[in-house]
Design a protein around this ligand. Structure first.
Ligand code: 9D3
Length: 263
């Protein structure tokens, strides 16, 4: 069976959205994965089709009703492999990372619940054993863009979506560093020259320059990744950092041992 994503949302028209284009869109049309967006409002029971209500304890905003959300989740579970993980996208969730993406992509698919308003009644989250996931420390207006991000990250890892060349190259970059900068023709553009070493044809020097640039950029921009990279290098001083960090592609980076204290 193809990898199966079910999205529960008040805005089903947002899907497939950007996932209908490029690699993900082609793979969707080829049947390499399947996407359904279900309108949570279809599970409302009262004549006003209400999906939310005021928060107990007072305060601003509205909360999505547990009975309506539970009915939508039940329908999604019945419409596919019931072993698919259930994920509630919420700013208070655990941070999405490439390890989670890799695990999800390796499974049967997922059921994604997108919140609107202040969020979903906590009891249905607990009753259904949902995993709460955030895509980063910034505030979105709803869970839908987060669902699109999570799905994009998973779908590109499915067999046959990216092609062998791209995935092999990604594996070989297994160093735990941000990428070095890229250049193409012309060799001079608006008075800016491409770094001379890249025109030299000296493959070993090109490789050394790229490694040095990747390290510099990582040190400057991502002290967190840099610390892990250096720790991995200290652990196996005679191995190449790529060997020390082996395990698969990261988030434009590559995979490293978990930082101390990480989940
Ligand atoms: C005023 C308190 N807000 C929490 C920071 C309430 C709130 C803001 C935004 C509740 C929900 C949202 C909508 N965001 C998401 O649904 C969401 C999200 C996000 O905002 N950032 C990062 N990841 C995610 S996943 C879902």
């Amino acid at each position: 069976m193809a990898w199966h994503a079910s999205v529960l949302t008040l805005f089903p028209e947002m899907f497939p959205g950007p996932l209908g284009f490029s690699l993900a869109g082609k793979a969707l049309r080829e049947g390499r994965w399947r996407l359904e967006a279900t309108d949570i409002r279809a599970f409302a029971t009262d004549r006003h089709r209400s999906v939310d209500d005021a928060p107990f304890g007072g305060g601003a905003g509205m909360v999505m009703r547990p009975d309506v959300v539970d009915a939508a989740v039940g329908a999604a579970l019945a419409g596919g492999d019931p072993a698919r993980p259930l994920i509630y996208l919420t700013p208070r969730g655990v941070l999405l990372d490439q390890a989670m993406v890799r695990d999800l992509a390796a499974g049967p698919g997922c059921i994604l619940l997108c919140g609107r308003y202040e969020g979903v009644d906590q009891r249905v989250i607990e009753a259904r054993g949902m995993r709460e996931v955030s895509i980063g420390d910034y505030v979105l207006s709803g869970g839908e863009p987060a669902a699109l991000v999570l799905l994009d990250a998973c779908v590109r890892l499915l067999p046959g979506v990216m092609g062998l060349a791209a995935s092999a190259e990604e594996e070989s970059h297994a160093a735990g560093l941000l990428e070095y900068p890229h250049y193409t023709r012309p060799a001079e553009w608006q008075g800016r020259r491409v770094p001379e070493v890249l025109l030299s044809g000296h493959h070993a020097e090109v490789a050394r320059w790229r490694r040095a640039e990747a390290e510099r950029i990582t040190r400057e921009r991502r002290p967190d990744l840099w610390a892990r990279y250096e720790a991995a290098r200290r652990q196996r001083p005679d191995a190449s950092p790529a060997d020390a960090a082996r395990g698969g592609p990261g988030a434009g980076i590559t995979r490293l041992p978990r930082a101390a204290g990480a989940a």
